[in-house]
Ligand binder design. Structure first.
Ligand code: GLC
Ligand code: CA
Length: 579
């Protein structure tokens, strides 16, 4: 199993904690003054892994100018915003998540002028840019850490988490890195250990020191001043650790690295992080244009997710990611229905952010696919992603049906966890292969003799060029869904009401339109068998006399005009207007 699903598992074992709930006035009033109809509530946010999207200068590494070249494509797909994984200067141990300067661009990706041009060109196409902000840790090559490490009484010593060992060669406690083995690294110069939740090259910042917040908020301002639309906050529940450094309790079993699995109460999701989030929200909300705060929030349940919005106070993140829907890895209509209902009803009218794919997990194609109907399954999941009420997040190549292609040999692994955990954990290279643009050399991604990761072997058929030409391709399915979500008033603004709620095979729901527009019905068959459904709109306030198919991937459903007998072929999606 991959590393992130494991986090969910660990989180679900946590005991409950007491959370600070006091409203932070500045953020609350800022939130109120925001328009009710902000752009990100209807957005499709497209995650780009810049290294793998488009190489413009032939060095085998994707770059900013490459992204700029492809903006027309993103516009035609219907994307509202791009989230760029980190492009800052970095030794690239964790491919950018180890940052050595928060206010510059890493030269392989281009220059600040290239960045400004990307921002401006994107703006012309109504596409916003969201930056990745890594606040839990820096690179060990960041000047802050170099200073901190230089002596015990350096003014920056306390910017990181330094402690004495329990004895010679014995770390301060039993905490483990998410990336395997102890989370402490010994520094012989000062004879102390520093804490790293991720790689040893990613020392954790000490958020109990107010100077750290000041410095990091300075970086946030730097990018807001340049015009970015917001941030995706990396590993945000990990900012704080137990000040007493209590040992974590083993919960039984070992992980892919052979380490005992530990309870993460003392290292994850500590209540203090919410005070920082309220202050950050107030800062971001002080800028015009409805900037957005998105969180990488793997959490055990909906109650925890609600806290990341600030609950009823709406004063923390705008869009903490809901990982409860997209990462169940089970094609289970009941489970999807239950999880969608939860985010509909248990987060104080905050906005759901639904996501199935990212650069850390095996692609949903493989996680949900049964090996026989993978394409059909990917289509039905896309129909759900774009028609439920929520902000939709997607990952480059998802729209093509790109698959996970893990390295075949340990010598080829680039992501260090694939080396540490081989063969159980092959790392994340498999979901980071170059974007497949065409059937030409390097799939049109690059002209280099060798690309930083090899292009997946299916690029001859799975690529933008060939899918653009095929009306029934995955790409065109995505385009149609996104276009419909944008233009149809019920999908754009309607509330969501579940229908046929005890059906274990088919997920059906109504998107109830604002007055004057037809409502929309969505019915999704999650099985390999045909399913008959009969949908009853009683109690929904929608009459249901006239039914008209708007979009389906099953031609037999084109002519459906009644809600009483809908015969859904295997894995079919049916979207219809009703009034
Ligand atoms: C986040 C990123 C992941 C990275 C880790 C450490 O989970 O998504 O790619 O390795 O944080 O920064
Ligand atoms: Ca390049």
């Amino acid at each position: 199993m991959k590393f992130f699903p494991k986090l969910i598992l660990l989180a679900s074992l946590c005991s409950s904690v007491v959370w600070a709930q006091s409203p932070f006035m500045a953020a609350a009033s800022a939130a109120k003054s925001e328009s009710q109809d902000v752009w990100w509530k209807h957005a499709v946010i497209y995650e780009i892994y810049p290294r793998s999207f488009q190489d413009s200068n032939g060095d085998g590494i994707g770059d900013l100018n490459g992204i700029t070249e492809r903006l027309d494509y993103l516009q035609s797909l219907g994307v509202d915003a791009i989230w760029l994984t980190p492009i800052y200067p970095s030794p690239q141990v964790d491919f950018g998540y180890d940052i050595s300067d928060y206010e510059a661009i890493d030269p392989p990706y281009g220059t600040m002028a290239d960045f400004d041009r990307l921002l401006a060109e994107a703006k012309k196409r109504n596409i916003r840019i969201i930056m990745d902000m890594v606040m839990n840790h820096t690179s060990d090559k960041h000047p802050w850490f170099i200073e901190s490490k230089s002596s015990r009484n350096n003014p920056k010593r306390d910017w990181y988490v330094w402690r004495d060992g329990k004895g010679p060669g014995i770390p301060p406690n039993n905490w483990e890195s998410v990336f395997g083995h102890t989370a402490w690294k010994y520094d012989p110069t000062t004879n102390q250990w520093y804490y790293h939740k991720f790689y040893a090259e990613q020392p954790d910042l000490n958020w109990r020191n107010p100077e750290v917040e000041k410095a990091m908020f300075g970086a946030v301002r730097f990018w807001l001043d340049r015009g970015v639309a917001g941030f995706r906050l990396d590993a945000i529940p990990t900012l704080f650790e137990d000040p007493q450094l209590r040992d974590a309790r083993p919960v039984g079993g070992t992980n892919a690295y052979g380490d005992p699995i530990l309870d993460d109460t003392y290292t994850d999701n500590l209540p203090e992080v919410h005070d920082v989030m309220r202050r950050l929200r107030a800062l971001v909300a002080s800028y015009p244009g409805n900037r957005v705060l998105i969180g990488e929030t793997y959490l055990p349940n909906i109650q925890e997710l609600d806290k990341w919005y600030g609950g009823a106070s709406h004063n923390e993140l705008n869009l903490p990611m809901d990982m409860q829907i997209g990462f169940t890895n089970k094609l289970d209509a009941n489970l999807f229905r239950q999880r969608i209902q939860e985010v509909e009803t248990k987060v104080h009218d905050n906005q759901p952010l639904i996501v199935f794919d990212n650069h850390d997990n095996i692609r949903s194609w493989n996680r949900y696919g049964d090996g026989v109907h993978d394409d059909e399954i990917a289509r039905v999941l896309a129909a759900m992603l774009f028609t439920v009420r929520g902000t939709a997040m997607m990952y480059y190549g998802e729209e093509l049906g790109m698959v996970t292609t893990p390295p075949a040999r340990v010598e080829d692994v680039k992501d260090p966890i694939g080396k540490i955990g081989w063969p159980k954990e092959k790392g994340r290279d498999g979901e980071r292969t170059p974007m497949q643009w065409s059937d030409s050399k390097d799939a049109g991604f690059s002209t280099a003799a060798a690309t930083w990761l090899p292009v997946a072997p299916d690029y001859k058929t799975v690529n933008v060029q060939s899918e653009q030409a095929d009306p029934n391709s995955m790409l065109n399915w995505y385009k149609k869904l996104i276009e419909m979500r944008r233009s149809n008033p019920a999908l754009h603004d309607g509330s969501l009401i579940m229908l046929d709620k005890s059906n274990p095979n088919v997920l059906s729901y109504l998107r109830k339109a604002p007055a004057g527009s037809p409502s929309v019905i969505v019915s999704l068959n999650f099985t390999a068998q045909p399913q008959n459904v009969s949908l009853d709109l009683a109690g929904t306030g929608v009459a249901g006399n006239t039914v008209k198919t708007l979009l389906t991937d099953a031609s037999a459903l084109q002519s459906t005009t009644s809600l009483n007998h809908i015969e859904l072929p295997p894995f079919a999606s049916w979207i219809a207007s009703v009034q």
